[in-house]
Design a binder for this molecule. Structure first.
Ligand code: DMJ
Length: 468
């Protein structure tokens, strides 16, 4: 109830009293108004979580309940939300979330979890919270969780299993994909740096190098691999879900840790994507799908998840390509007024029509705007936030869409709404000095990680280096 009252007062202060004026009567600039609207949207989602799902993983605002991913809660929403609360300076929400996390988060539970998702959201969220807040209890929780995830790496090839029981350490799931093999390099590398224990990064990197060494002639990896034998079960190469953050982490890992092995692997991968997956059609510049061995095109699909690639292009300095891809991304976003999950880019027909309030298109727009300073990308950022506010808002929160054509609501809200989507929206309009790519690398869940050590660290891992 108190939280509802706070939300109403917050909204009134921001939007109604004095027609966008501050307490002192100064008129808010458009940028300040948008910043306030993004904060209001974030708080509306957070209030729904507090009212209906407190202590659980995620909220279902329309049915006014919550749910957990597994048999016990991992407090996914508060952990994912905390770094955004820090950037938005939402002090009372920070106190509520932190109190819940440090007092209630417990990993000593007999349940099997998906190592990759838990690493990017929970380990990543806790590391970032530690760096932004300074309270060591966040780091202690991250270490406890990571120690429980480590058994996945004990496989014949070093390529990790997908699932692990947090209490017993039993592992399962010997068929995996590149994303679940490599998209923890940042989290485990950070833990190795922050604790001085190299084991996290070493184990993770060993698996990444083992899989990289099995890449196809194109330099690219496929969609699924057996962890015990190293045999590819799906040779379709693409950058969408299942592979995406594997590439992202090679580049970001190099930026964060200065590990030259990651640079080598990233450059091979970038060359493969540009040679075999990039596809220029009369509808625009896209990244599609090809066989990892022959390079033959196998599909012309592009979707919401693929948009992460533009952040990599910008970090690599390939602004021209990023601008071309951004034009395509915006075309996809505006097909139905809000982004579908995927399209066939040769026909611009929708293949999957839902919208999970994913962040990647907004993330891409933010990177391209920061790289170019071109106002048109700022305008795209506004359009994207406007459409989320317009189509995903319900009376008591925000929800996903089952179909972007009908705008039918889907009564659930992923924790990345708080970690990523609202964070990228806010950064367009945030006061100067809120965030800088010079200071932080964003993990794939948009948690800011900071290098607090000297560059050039490569861990102790030296064996079985990537083959050139
Ligand atoms: C997030 O959990 C991460 O960004 C992940 O890398 C991909 N999918 C979601 C958001 O779409």
């Amino acid at each position: 109830m108190r939280s509802k009252l706070f939300l109403v007062l917050f909204f009134l202060a921001v939007n109604l009293t004095g027609c966008n004026t501050t307490k002192e009567g100064d008129t808010l600039t458009e940028k300040e108004q948008y910043a306030a609207r993004v904060k209001t949207a974030f708080m509306k989602g957070w209030t729904a979580y507090k009212d209906y799902a407190w202590g659980m993983d995620a909220v279902n605002p329309i049915s006014q309940k919550g749910h957990n991913w597994y048999s016990h809660t991992l407090l996914m929403t508060p952990v994912d939300a905390y770094s955004t609360m820090c950037l938005m300076n939402l002090d009372s929400a920070k106190v509520e979330a932190k109190d819940l996390i440090v007092n209630k988060l417990n990993f000593d539970v007999d349940m099997e979890v998906q190592q990759f998702e838990i690493a990017i959201r929970i380990v990543g969220g806790l590391i970032s919270s530690y760096q932004l807040d300074g309270d060591k209890r966040f780091l202690d929780l991250a270490v406890d969780l990571a120690d429980r995830l480590m058994p996945v790496f004990d496989t014949p090839t070093g390529i990790p299993y997908r699932l692990v029981n947090l209490k017993t350490g039993a592992i399962e799931g010997n068929v995996t994909n590149p994303c679940e093999v490599g998209s923890m390099l940042l989290e485990y590398g950070m833990l190795s740096k922050l604790t001085g224990n190299p084991i996290y990064y070493e184990k993770c990197k060993r698996g990444v190098v083992a899989m990289y060494n099995l890449r196809g002639k194109t330099g690219l990896v496929g969609g699924s691999i057996n962890c015990d034998t190293g045999k590819w079960l799906d040779t379709h190469a693409h950058i969408r879900g299942g592979i995406d953050a594997y590439y992202e982490y090679l580049l970001k890992g190099y930026i964060l840790f200065g590990d030259e092995d990651l640079k080598t692997m990233w450059e091979t991968s970038l060359n493969g994507v540009e040679t075999y997956l990039a596809d220029t059609r009369n509808t625009g510049y896209w990244i599609g799908e090809a066989d990892m061995n022959t390079g033959k095109r196998t599909a012309t699909i592009f979707g919401a998840l693929d948009c992460f690639w533009n952040g990599c292009l910008v970090l690599e300095g390939k602004t021209n390509e990023a601008e071309k891809l951004q034009a395509s991304i915006f075309k996809m976003w505006t097909l139905e007024g809000i982004e579908p999950e995927s399209i066939d880019y040769t026909t611009m027909k929708i293949i999957s029509s839902y919208y999970m309030i994913r962040p990647e298109a907004i993330e891409s727009t933010y990177y391209v705007w920061k790289a170019t300073g071109d106002q048109k990308y700022y305008e795209m950022g506004k359009t994207m936030f406007d459409s989320i506010e317009k189509y995903c808002q319900v009376d008591n929160g925000y929800v996903q869409l089952r179909d972007v054509r009908t705008k039918e609501k889907w009564d659930t809200l992923e924790s990345f709404f708080f970690a990523e989507t609202m964070k990228y929206c806010y950064l367009f309009f945030a006061p100067d000095g809120t965030f800088s790519f010079d200071q932080y690398v964003l993990n794939t869940e948009a948690h800011p990680f900071k290098n607090t050590w000297d560059k050039g660290w490569t861990g102790r891992y030296k064996m079985n280096k990537p083959q050139q």
